[in-house]
Design a protein around this ligand. Structure first.
Ligand code: UDP
Ligand code: MG
Length: 315
């Protein structure tokens, strides 16, 4: 090991008054252990981001800061959601490495040490990956498993069972700052950044106190945001449905004309209603799909993501 890195542990908190008195002391012990073992410098810290909590969360963070200056806080003006809270923390880091983790100790904090060791071995991003979801509810497990599948078929490169427990170096954070998208889905962006990465596996634990802050509404919003921030597949799908319906309507039209002229017995006016009905439906979807493709292009441009990322430089 050539030098010692400084670390910030970033923890987004939303209404975590039940959890923080349990988790803060544990996080402090973990950080002090790392410092003692000479894995990180002793100006390393823990940054709590209060994501517009309505309870005592901010007061608790302030109280712990008075006792221990390694505890830092960042308070957002309102609830921006987990992803944005996390980003605000990450964009305010002045140490060499950052590790993001939830406040509820569901992601095994012992993994932090392994992440730092991986960093010293050259990884710029270290993903914490759950290899055991038995602590999650049936619904959450079912939802999560299918979600990763759907995302992968849509062409989004997600790391299965990796949430937002990860180490990122300052270098990676600087690049992340260049992704200006408003609809933020970190899990999708980080794999796009590249660099040398590593995965570390751990078992997902139960939440020790308080309730999940991800209600179904927030979970669905995150899922839909994830798809629509990374994939234009839903827009492209419209054009294929349009093509399909156009073909079907063509066949329907031929059939309706066939019935009218060769079989007979059709109600007066039936053919002239049925033929344009299907035909127009098909054409509408087709044109909508074409417009969709242009919107998809505009959308990709508007995001103005960096088109290349430089990993290293020799000067
Ligand atoms: N969180 C947040 N803002 C929100 C929702 C959640 O900062 O709007 C935080 C929350 O305090 C926790 C982390 O994000 O530290 C993950 O939330 P939670 O544990 O409730 O999600 P779950 O583990 O159930 O998916
Ligand atoms: Mg949790």
């Amino acid at each position: 090991m050539n030098h010692l890195a400084s670390l910030t542990i970033v923890i987004p908190c939303f209404n975590e008054e039940d959890m923080l008195p349990i988790s803060i002391p544990k996080f402090i012990i973990i950080l002090e252990n790392l410092i003692e073992q000479k894995l990180v410098t002793d100006d390393s810290k823990i940054l709590f981001v209060d994501d517009g909590s309505k309870d005592q969360t901010w007061k608790i963070i302030q109280k712990y800061n008075e006792e221990n200056h390694k505890i830092k806080g960042l308070k957002l003006s309102r609830n921006f959601g987990h992803q944005n809270a996390l980003l605000s923390g990450l964009m305010n880091i002045d140490t060499e490495i950052s590790i993001s983790i939830d406040a509820d100790l569901q992601d095994d904090p012992k993994v932090i040490q392994k992440m730092i060791e991986a960093y010293y071995k050259g990884a710029e991003i270290v993903f914490g990956v759950r290899n055991d979801r038995s602590a999650d509810s049936f619904f959450k497990r079912f939802f999560a498993q299918n979600y990763y599948k759907i995302m992968n078929t849509m062409g989004v490169d997600l790391i299965q069972d990796h949430a937002d427990f990860r180490l990122m170096s300052k270098k990676v954070l600087n690049v992340l700052g260049g992704f200006k998208e408003v609809n933020l889905f970190l899990r999708g962006i980080v794999p796009v950044i590249g660099f040398k990465t590593q995965k570390i596996f751990y078992a997902r634990l139960e939440r020790e106190a308080g309730e999940t802050k991800y209600n179904i509404k927030k979970m669905l919003a995150l899922a839909i945001n994830g798809i629509t921030s990374f994939s234009v597949m839903p827009l492209i799908l419209i054009i294929w449905i349009g093509v399909l319906i156009s073909i079907l309507s063509g066949l329907m039209g031929i059939w309706a004309l066939f019935v009218k002229f060769f079989i007979g017995g059709t109600v007066e006016g039936w053919t002239s209603i049925v033929v344009p009905l299907y035909f127009l439906g098909g054409i509408q979807l087709l044109t909508l799909g074409i417009i969709g493709i242009y919107i998809a292009k505009v959308y990709m441009e508007v995001k103005a993501r960096p088109r290349f990322i430089i990993e290293d430089e020799i000067k």
